[in-house]
Design a protein around this ligand. Structure first.
Ligand code: ADP
Length: 165
């Protein structure tokens, strides 16, 4: 059985991530969706909230397990027995970074393969940072993120706008 891992910060999970996870789950018996606990960039949501949102958003997709990890992806992959990393490729601009990461990971873990999948075109320009920016300014993101995520974004930004209430 080939185990695949789909790592990201998921701050928060978007419909683009769900699209890639759903496609990947059809290709592997076991897909571990791995939430990166402490990415270098600042995150809006706590690890617990990000994991909860990923679980809620993917609860109807079969063959998926949601875990969190820290440190090197290759070390985590070895621990869970994953030999394939699934990535989403949105545009050519993603390519250079993805290629560099894949090459470095393969140096550290020979035999570890990367499978890049293209999302549905409606999600090709979607990113977690764009979603946060739109939501922060009161824009409607309900078609960009799963419903539980849209609710949490509204809660988070309205609490920030009215502290102490
Ligand atoms: P990180 O912050 O850990 O880089 P991201 O959420 O930005 O996490 O991206 C992680 C993975 O998810 C990458 O492979 C990225 O290309 C993919 N991804 C993010 N948004 C989309 C999207 N809209 N469509 C397809 N793949 C996506």
């Amino acid at each position: 059985m080939t185990v695949a891992v789909l790592p990201a910060s998921f701050d928060p999970i978007t419909c683009g991530h769900v699209d890639i996870a759903t496609r990947a789950a059809k290709l592997f018996e076991r897909l571990v969706v791995a939430v990166f606990a402490h990415p270098k960039k600042n995150v809006l949501f706590s690890l617990e909230d990000r994991v909860d949102m990923v679980r809620e958003s993917l609860k109807d997709v079969e063959g998926i397990e949601v875990l969190s990890f820290d440190g090197l992806l290759v070390d985590f992959a070895r621990r869970i027995g994953a030999t394939v990393e699934v990535r989403g490729l949105r545009a050519v601009s993603d390519f250079e970074y993805e290629y560099q990461q894949a090459a470095l990971n393969r140096q550290m873990f020979p035999g570890f393969e990367v499978l890049s999948l293209f999302p549905s075109t409606e999600y090709a320009f979607l990113s977690s940072s764009i979603v946060k920016e739109i939501a922060e300014h009161g824009g409607d993101v309900s078609h960009m993120v799963p419903a539980p995520v849209a609710r949490r974004l509204v809660e988070t930004f309205s609490a920030q706008a009215a502290p102490g209430r």
